[in-house]
Write a protein that binds this ligand. Structure first.
Ligand code: ADP
Ligand code: MG
Length: 701
């Protein structure tokens, strides 16, 4: 633990590096403070004259805290964050400097944007990109630099980042959810926000061992590695006690996150050896997205201080559970309601059922979008692989809610376990206890009492895309509900009719059973007609389906061009990742594995030769020498075949075809090469094997 905080109460240093509401209240004139708060709460535009005052206060505060630089902090399509630091210094005529930071510099930045992925939106000669201050997310200090959260767009106004669409999508949920609340007679609520708590899984391994593995260093995952004698079958790691070295890391991580105002709350060991999880207290979606980025960044940095490496890859080890990120999502209104809380007064329950039905409809109609929001080369190893949710989107709502919807549909009374009688009709709904059903860990979208947990995201993903999509599709369903209900003569009967129709049309997306089973895949696809997009290259092109373009354009979340660009970026990224992995495999196989096999083969043959020279015939030695030679040949063949496949890839220039080729051809050949190399790992003597094996990586910590 850092010395300074040893005896300090967390409450005393929490958010000490954040220019938050408390600091602003202290340092800004009252009217300016009010204007900023108005923007933060209601997303209203901020008058530019205010920016100068805020900038100055920010600068003074930052300098007092030792900052020398400021940076606009943004989230380009790389999925991670970007920053470019400028010193506060400005020269004076007497050869000295003064420290300056203007409103203009706060509001607008102009990073040279030509090297960020834009999916054809911006040619490199049109390098201009702008970053614009996002006053809804607090500025903070890290490494002596003042970080200003910003949105990023091109010269012509197309969005180039992951934050802008998220903010737009939050706005539309606000508008549409308010319409529904008004229909239920709520006149108090003036703002509805989506909230997110992102649980983050990760691996920690020893830095010295990591450094010896080119695949981990370059690609973040092991491209070779035979199964260790012990994996996670004893289930002794999940929630197990935390080793001292890991605990020291977790403590420092918590403290650094707390200083940045990140509400890091829960930490524990996860299912796989060397795997762990951190969960924050939930916050507004865009803040949650910013904070998840900070969490991932600090995990990596702080691990290094403990001679550890934090692996955020979705599947660092084959045959061992991969890492995901659970996106817990809910909607709340500023009159203090969680709109996904079943609640305990009848009228609120009907409101809850309405939101629930809207979500069920949204998820069913847009399962392609949700699926692709979790698509990446890394996550392809997880989804549908009996450790993570299947690639099929379904919803778990629990038996009790299902019974309630069923009763509503059939105009009967739900028989609930809690024996609460349930009459259909707006006024007659009883309250029902939460958590009366068990959890379902196998569902991609599980209702967990007062929120939905989307469990498909990969550990390295930005949570933005998922939340943009979740917000947009739910807003769309709510808007359709509102359109219908606002014109109804009799609200209650119109509502009931609408809900019954919605349940009938969309209940096939509800599934409370075991999502890992083969029977489910069969049933989902054959009987229920739910799509099963196995890989990234299958689902990403659906982004551009006409219904999706219409949806995003209707709510001005993305234009058609922006969707096309995002599609291209995702597919291009997929191909690049596989290409890098393939090249790394070839390199390791040729320069490390093959020579190791030869060295060992030589030892075996030398021994064999010596034995023969004194008249000893040894079958085992001969067999081993033969097996080594045969497998080395297979290795050589597999390398050549992968090399040829990469050459063939060069001939394809359409991004759709190319990504398919990488998936169907290159990736398949990588599997072959891996299988041969992993077999060799089990026969070559340990002292010859060129890099640490799974048992070392997973258990030597
Ligand atoms: P579990 O692993 O059992 O699902 P955790 O406590 O690890 O539970 O994580 C639950 C996550 O859900 C936390 O990040 C929590 O803050 C978040 N959460 C709780 N309530 C809400 C809500 N209303 N909206 C969004 N997220 C929520
Ligand atoms: Mg958890």
């Amino acid at each position: 633990m850092p010395e300074t905080e040893k005896n300090q109460n967390v409450a005393d240093f929490f958010a000490c590096n954040v220019f938050n509401q408390t600091i602003m209240r202290e340092r800004l004139p009252k009217n300016i403070f009010k204007a900023v708060m108005q923007t933060k709460t209601f997303g209203t535009a901020l008058d530019s004259t205010i920016a100068d005052v805020v900038a100055n206060a920010m600068k003074d505060w930052a300098i007092e805290k030792g900052a020398t630089h400021y940076t606009h902090w943004f989230q380009p399509m790389t999925g991670i964050t970007a920053e470019k630091h400028d010193a506060f210094i400005s020269p004076t005529s007497n050869g000295m400097v003064i420290l300056e930071f203007s409103g203009k510099e706060l509001i607008k930045g102009e990073p040279d944007a030509s090297s960020f992925p834009s999916g054809g939106l911006r040619a490199t000669f049109e390098a201009r990109g702008y970053t614009a201050w996002d006053p809804t997310s607090d500025a903070f200090i890290k490494d002596d630099t003042l970080y200003i959260p910003t949105a990023f767009c091109s010269y012509t106004g197309e969005i180039l980042d992951k934050k802008t669409p998220l903010l737009r999508s939050m706005e539309i949920v606000n508008e549409q959810a308010l319409r529904i609340l008004r229909l239920f007679g709520n006149t108090r609520a003036t703002r509805v926000t989506t909230t997110v708590g992102a649980e983050q899984e990760y691996f920690l391994i020893d830095k010295a061992l990591y450094d010896k593995r080119e695949d981990l260093v370059i690609t973040g995952r092991t491209l070779f590695g035979a199964k260790p004698p012990k994996g996670q079958e004893l289930e002794d790691h999940y929630f197990g006690n935390i080793k001292q070295r890991i605990s020291n890391f977790m403590k420092e991580l918590d403290e650094e996150l707390w200083k940045l105002g990140v509400l890091s709350k829960t930490k524990h060991n996860e299912a796989a050896p060397a795997q762990h999880e951190l969960a924050p207290v939930f916050s507004t979606s865009n803040i949650a997205a910013d904070h998840n980025q900070l969490t991932m960044e600090l995990m990596k940095k702080i691990a290094l201080k403990h001679n550890l490496v934090c692996l955020l890859h979705e599947k660092p080890f084959a045959g061992v559970n991969g890492s995901g990120k659970h996106n817990n999502w809910s909607i709340c209104s500023n009159d203090g309601q969680n709109l996904l809380d079943p609640g305990d007064t009848p009228t609120e329950n009907m409101q809850f059922i309405t939101f629930l039905c809207a979500i069920i409809k949204a998820v069913h109609e847009n399962s392609d979008l949700l699926r692709l929001s979790a698509a990446s080369a890394g996550n392809d190893h997880r989804l549908g692989a009996n450790e993570a949710p299947p690639a099929i989107i379904s919803i778990f709502i629990g038996e009790e809610l299902e019974a309630i919807l069923e009763a509503l549909e059939n105009n009967t009374t739900a028989q609930l376990n809690s024996e609460v009688k349930f009459e259909i009709g707006v006024d007659a709904l009883p309250s029902f206890k939460k958590d009366t059903t068990d959890r379902n860990r196998t569902s991609p979208m599980a209702f967990t009492g007062n929120k939905f947990e989307f469990r498909m995201l990969g550990s390295a993903d930005s949570i933005s895309c998922t939340n943009v999509i979740m917000n947009t599709i739910v807003a769309d369903a709510l808007s359709k509900f509102a359109d219908e209900l606002e014109n109804a003569k009799d609200f209650n009967s119109a509502l009931k009719k609408l809900l019954v129709k919605t349940i009938k049309e969309h209940k096939c997306v509800i599934f409370n059973g075991n999502g890992y089973s083969d029977e489910w895949v069969e049933e989902a696809v054959a009987k229920r007609g739910l799509p099963n997009y196995i890989s990234t290259v299958d689902c990403v092109p659906k982004y551009m389906a006409e219904k999706n373009v219409e949806l995003f354009e209707k709510f001005k979340v993305y234009s058609r061009t922006e969707i096309a660009s995002r599609t291209e970026i995702l597919l291009d990224n997929y191909s690049k990742v596989i290409n890098i992995e393939a090249l790394t495999m070839i390199d390791m196989a040729k320069k490390q594995i093959y020579p190791a096999v030869m060295a060992y083969t030589k030892e075996v043959c030398d021994t064999l030769f010596s034995m023969k020279s004194v008249g000893i015939e040894n079958n085992a030695q001969t067999k081993l020498a033969n097996r080594l030679s045969v497998t080395a040949n297979s290795l050589d063949d597999a390398i050549s075949s992968l090399e040829q496949s990469l050459l063939n890839a060069k001939e394809i220039d359409n991004v759709f075809d190319l990504s398919k080729f990488y998936r169907n051809d290159v990736f398949a050949k990588m599997q072959v090469l891996r299988a041969v190399a992993d077999e060799l790992e089990t026969i070559v003597a340990e002292k010859y094997w060129p890099f640490p094996v799974y048992a070392d990586l997973l258990f030597k910590i």
